[in-house]
Design a protein. Structure first.
Length: 346
């Protein structure tokens, strides 16, 4: 049996699957597919809905002709607690004791209901002055972890790794320590995650409950369309202020401005904390909403920072063999690509 895990991104509106082969100088894309998520998705506690979800995942993987039983899967950022914390330079043993105090300060629910994980992002060899170590702390509701394990088991798969979406995105996009200081803005269906990358590692993570569905609702309300029709209008006309006598722009502007406000706060946080020669060089837009025509110009013009659409296929050696539809939907596949990259060398 092939033990190479595939990446599975279970979104609110779609399921994305990616399977890669790791070579010395990059990756080959073995399989990828995107398919609608069942209406209740992962939100329902009904056994029937869970069974439907398991069948949908099984069907997507079969359609992609993936033969591995092992999967790397991401939990939605909106349902977990992710934080980069600064701590005095500690040994692993000291950290394992101290991390629970940090968790109590940063996670607003009882730790008894949380599965806690942590990882040292940066530990100075010797603490100089007030130099700190940076630790990534993730708290996932144990019920959520159990739910993923249950549904994936029902679908016939074994989870190799369970992580948060932003970690998968960073793995797919941040390919070296020399990566320029960047702000990643991942606009999902119901939430948007912001992450700042410095020296190749994440130093800041924050999520807000606003995403592509809110844009759909705004267009739907202003134009009297169904949500499905609004989604199509959004894909065609994007955030253009010219379309339909500026109506599309006016409908989407409040939603985008709410995201922009948080982007500007993150930029101010970074510039206040790091007063050096490594300013934020670029904004990377990920998630399905990053495909909207004009959205990169909206953020570039509003922040005066180069804004680019995430392309997780850069690591793929056989790009020229990929269908144009897959290439065009790169931002939608970022999480699944990052998941497929995890432990793929083994």
């Amino acid at each position: 049996m092939n033990r190479k895990p595939f990446g599975l991104d279970i979104g609110i509106t779609s399921i994305k699957v990616v399977w890669l082969s790791h070579l010395k100088d990059g990756y080959l894309l073995d399989a990828s597919i995107i398919s609608p998520t069942p209406a209740k998705g992962m939100l329902s506690e009904s056994p029937l809905d869970e069974e439907e979800m398991a069948k949908a995942i099984r069907g997507v993987v079969d359609n992609a002709k993936i033969v591995s039983k092992y999967v790397n899967v991401a939990m939605p950022e909106s349902q977990v607690y992710t934080k980069v914390i600064e701590m005095p330079v500690l040994s692993d043993k000291e950290l394992s004791s101290a991390i629970f105090w940090e968790a109590e300060q940063n996670i607003p629910v009882p730790l008894s209901s949380i599965t806690l994980a942590w990882n040292v992002l940066k530990r100075p060899q010797k603490a100089v002055g007030n130099e700190k170590m940076q630790v990534l702390m993730v708290g996932a509701p144990t019920m959520l972890v159990n739910k993923y394990q249950k549904i994936l088991s029902m679908a016939g798969f074994s989870i190799s790794a369970l992580e948060t979406e932003i970690l998968s995105i960073i793995r797919a996009l941040v390919i070296s320590e020399n990566f320029p200081s960047s702000l990643i803005v991942s606009i999902g269906s119901v939430s948007t995650s912001l992450a700042i990358i410095r020296d190749g590692i994440m130093i800041f993570i924050y999520s807000i409950p606003t995403g592509g569905v809110a844009i759909n609702r705004a267009i739907s309300t202003d134009f009297g369309l169904t949500l499905a029709q609004a989604e199509e209008y959004k894909k065609v006309y994007g955030v253009s202020k010219e379309a339909f006598g500026e109506k599309i722009g006016k409908a989407t502007e409040p939603i985008l401005n709410s995201i922009l406000t948080e982007v500007k706060k993150a930029l101010v946080f970074y510039s206040d904390k790091y007063r050096d020669d490594k300013p934020i060089r670029q904004i990377l837009l990920s998630g399905g909403t990053a495909n909207l025509p004009g959205i990169d110009l909206f953020f570039a013009n509003s922040t005066n920072i180069e804004t680019v659409i995430a392309n997780p296929w850069k690591i793929i050696l056989n790009q020229n063999e990929l269908p144009q539809q897959i290439l065009d939907n790169g931002p939608d596949y970022t999480i699944a690509v990052g998941l497929a990259m995890r432990d793929n060398e083994s």
